[in-house]
Design a protein around this ligand. Structure first.
Ligand SMILES: Cc1ncc(COP(=O)(O)O)c(C=O)c1O
Length: 380
């Protein structure tokens, strides 16, 4: 039934062997910089590539400061600590996200509170957010208290799903009114802009992931971006075991974390960042090809939302219903064309099933129909 889709993807990637969803491309200075690391012996948490990467990613995103981390999950954990999220607090997020968003909230001892997404962006819905806060919270001593639980809603973590920006400016305005910190989960959206501003730079803090499946990769890696110098300093300090700076003394004045990005991984990142514009252009060509292929079909291709420039990290389509979705997943994966449904909604996972939720009609609708299709950079 979906033979034409399978043939189109096989022709696009010029192969009938396995086509992954998103594989990395190492076609620049990756080996050169890795060799430099090895020759210098600076392979671990100190080295010139870590500093270079932090400066370059700050410059690329337009953030004043960037702190490299071991992965996106650790970046999220630290970002929540910076927002002073503690046990007993609540953190708003969307049910349609990767589990790392909610895991990081749990690492702080806090509870997620799920609010619906918009259908077009697949990200947190500002109108659902405002509707919930207006009806269910009161402000006391500049804190937003959830009427139902009596707990403080300390932060909100919207996510830019598959690289498509959510309505982050509206979310920030609403959260400011309610004294809620915004931490943007921009793990998937390096290279995506909303109203010409890079995703991850709207909240007090933004986080990114450079896992192997992302648009560019460090193997494993992440970063925290912020315009706030004090927060950036604290992020560096917390990710480097809270070591008090000193020439020889090993002294730590609080519980810290070993969340540093090793120089080896940063070397990969510097080389990959040099190619981001080329990758983005290539991915947009692929998107255009998908868009015209699906234009006449029953299957709807998901385009970048209004006012956005998406990195189209993972291209996505909408099938008629769950039955069609499962047929599509079965046929494509059987033909070695990797496709994937969205994540199971977070509120359905055993760890989060007790969490408070708003009406989640849009998230549930998307969960039943959306499928990601191969999105790697084609031959360049
Ligand atoms: C939305 C989202 N948040 C967080 C993460 C966590 O990043 P990492 O895998 O680098 O820990 C990822 C991806 O992996 C993600 O897609």
């Amino acid at each position: 039934m979906f033979k034409d889709v399978i043939s189109f993807i096989q022709e696009t990637y010029k192969t009938k062997s396995f086509i992954p969803l998103h594989e990395p491309r190492f076609i620049g200075n990756e080996k050169k910089y890795l060799n430099e690391c090895i020759d210098s012996t600076f392979v671990s948490s100190v080295g010139k590539f870590v500093d270079e990467f932090e400066a370059k990613i700050a410059n690329y995103t337009g953030a004043k400061y960037a702190v490299a981390t071991s992965n996106g999950t650790s970046a999220l954990h630290i970002a929540l600590i910076l927002a002073e999220v503690k046990g007993d607090d609540e953190v708003i997020t969307q049910p349609l996200t990767f589990v790392a968003t909610c895991n990081a909230i749990s690492y702080c001892g806090a509870k997620p509170l799920f609010i619906d997404v918009d259908k077009d962006t697949m990200g947190l819905s500002p109108s659902a957010l405002k509707g919930f806060l207006d009806k269910n919270t009161i402000i006391t001593n500049q804190q937003c208290i959830n009427n139902k639980t009596g707990k403080v809603i300390k932060a909100c973590v919207p996510m830019h799903t598959f690289g498509h920006p959510c309505r982050i400016d509206e979310i920030r305005v609403i959260c400011d009114q309610y004294y809620i910190n915004v931490i943007e989960d921009a793990a998937e959206s390096l290279g995506s802009f909303y109203k010409d501003k890079h995703t991850g730079t709207f909240g007090q803090v933004g986080v990114m992931s450079f896992n192997g499946n992302k648009i560019i990769t460090a193997g494993g890696g992440g970063c925290i971006v912020t315009d706030n110098e004090a927060l950036a300093k604290q992020a560096k300090y917390l990710t480097t075991t809270a070591k008090v700076p000193h020439k020889w003394e090993y002294n730590h004045d609080m519980i810290g974390y070993n969340y540093r990005m090793p120089n080896l991984n940063a070397a990969l990142m510097v080389a990959q960042l040099e190619q981001i514009d080329k990758f983005l252009l290539n991915k947009r060509e692929l998107t255009n090809a998908y868009e015209s292929f699906f234009s006449g079909a029953d299957i709807k291709f998901i385009k970048e939302p209004k006012d956005s420039k998406s990195n189209y990290w993972l291209n996505a389509i909408i099938l008629k219903d769950k039955q069609q979705r499962d047929l599509f997943l079965d046929e494509t994966n059987s033909a070695s064309v990797m496709t994937r449904p969205t994540w199971v909604l977070m509120n359905k996972l055993p760890m989060f099933k007790e969490a408070q939720c708003t009406d989640l009609t849009n998230a549930e609708w998307l969960e039943e129909r959306v499928v990601n299709i191969p999105s790697s950079v084609t031959a360049v």
